[in-house]
Ligand binder design. Structure first.
Ligand code: SF4
Ligand code: SF4
Ligand code: SF4
Length: 265
């Protein structure tokens, strides 16, 4: 008889617990964000952080909650923005053109001078703490590859002479490299830009000539002789306005005395 009572009590307790759990599951269930899930499926899944969120799921949730604008995903570009707009039932907007990183310096160990021999850890920010790096030019690339180590697609490489360059085919435009670079010599340019200025120096031309063989000397040949090159010299440094016609950029590159207008490929 006592076995029967025990069995009944345990069964009753089991039933009560089961009902309690079923009630709690219903009451405290976390609602699925179906829209966020749909958006997550069309995002590239690179989790690069280029949108400003820790990963694709964070951006998908923000898009679904309408707390972030469409078009912030650099790897996805216009194609992904269009898919997201279709899911959200909104107009396509905020989609900027594809940008890629470019290192605005070709002053490698053979072509530019050094102030001292840096022998510390291989990190551009560590090197920059010592007199802004070992380069005599304080605007250039420090060649220690901090950008290389943060790039999620291995788009950045360094050759045996120290030149650090970006493969635009592999760059997804996440900007991580631009954030880690202490001299801001690596910056974004439009992927369609055929040329870029491979110099970042605001030193006067006379000084640049002394310390680097391939720096911009601010001579203004590009701007004055080739008004349709897109080049404009500001603070001794030529910059390309990619919004302007660039029909003469190849001629300007040819005429540049230091050949610091280079193909951005
Ligand atoms: S581009 Fe910037 S982060 Fe990259 S190697 Fe040069 S100085 Fe370092
Ligand atoms: S090169 Fe820079 S912007 Fe391009 S994928 Fe690498 S870290 Fe991102
Ligand atoms: S021609 Fe070359 S060196 Fe002269 S300002 Fe233009 S980019 Fe600089």
């Amino acid at each position: 008889m006592s076995i029967l009572y025990a069995f009944l009590v345990i069964s009753a307790l089991g039933l009560l617990l089961g009902l309690g759990l079923a009630f709690a599951a219903k009451k405290f269930a976390v609602k699925k964000d179906v829209v966020a899930e749909q958006i997550l499926e069309v995002l590239p899944g690179a989790n690069c952080g280029g949108c400003g969120f820790p990963g694709c799921s964070g951006y998908a949730a923000a898009l679904s909650a309408k707390t972030a604008p469409n078009g912030l995903c650099p790897p996805g570009g216009a194609a992904v923005a269009a898919k997201v707009a279709a899911i959200l039932g909104i107009e396509e907007s905020g989609t900027s053109e594809k940008m890629v990183a470019f290192v605005h310096c070709r002053g490698n160990h053979e072509l530019s001078s050094l102030d001292y021999q840096y022998d510390g850890i291989e990190d551009c920010n560590a090197a920059a703490l010592l007199f802004k790096g070992d380069n005599t030019c304080k605007y250039g690339c420090l060649h220690l590859g901090s950008c290389i180590r943060v790039c999620p697609t291995s788009a950045i490489s360094r050759d045996e002479k120290g030149n650090v360059t970006v493969n635009p085919e592999l760059c997804i435009g996440c900007k991580k490299c631009t954030l880690v670079c202490p001299t801001k010599v690596i910056r974004m340019i439009p992927a369609r830009g055929s040329h870029a200025i491979a110099c970042n120096s605001n030193d006067p031309g006379a000084k640049v000539r002394k310390i680097c063989k391939v720096g911009c000397i601010g001579c203004m040949i590009c701007e004055k002789k080739f008004p349709d090159s897109g080049c404009k010299v500001v603070n001794y440094l030529s910059e390309i306005d990619y919004g302007k016609p660039m029909t003469q950029i190849a001629e300007a590159a040819q005429a540049c005395p230091t050949k610091c207008i280079v193909e951005a490929k």
